[in-house]
Design a binder for this molecule. Sequence first.
Ligand code: 5RP
Length: 233
Amino acid sequence: MTATQPDPAAAFKQQSAIQAASLVQTGMAVGLGTGSTAKFVVAELGRRIREEGLRITAIPTSIVTEKQAREEGIPLTTFGQQPELDIAIDGADEIEPATLNLIKGLGGALLWEKIVAAAAAQFVVVADASKYVDHLGLRCPLPVEVIPFGWENAARKLGHLGAQVTPRRMRDGSFFLTDEKNLILDCVFPAIMEPEKLSADLHAIVGVVEHGLFLHMATQTITAGPEGIRVLT
Ligand code: 5RP
């Protein structure tokens, strides 16, 4: 979404974000997600710090989120000082309601996002209701982060798994680079019916750093839509 294209789902994203931010209490170590919905979470936590005296420490999932958190006055920490988080709150690109399995990474931050989610006792997903799918892979490509060296071979092997593979690029045609200076290969699979098997197959490809399947990680999803707020656990 650009400044000239208002996001029609923004109000729903904000509702889910505010509800999730209300789970954060003084003393908690918090993982801060990335994306347009997580941005509302960071803003709400900043507001609560300023207006309610909330005291937290946080670890951001991207350089963009780190910048916003600093602007909001949220104290940041590192995994060196804080190996475990009480809660992480992040967006998602697809949510399978029956399992709470997710696809993440359209914003390109999936690696840090997965590290943060894996360190959190609670991983709360915030989204507008359009993110629900019957099966993962129906709505968006699966982002796979690969190291730049030899990426073409990783792409070929992804193709052998049945994916249509497109390296993510910037508007000027250059490769999109993640915060770790890796590439993202966007992989369109037919509906992903065996996500655990696909996850193992992806990890077996040399050069793949991480992928956007977040399986058995979310402890709660909070979505908002025309029918109100829906919480799944
Ligand atoms: C970034 C992500 C985001 O959480 C995901 O793309 C959802 O973004 P948005 O809230 O803008 O729809 O995984 O890597």
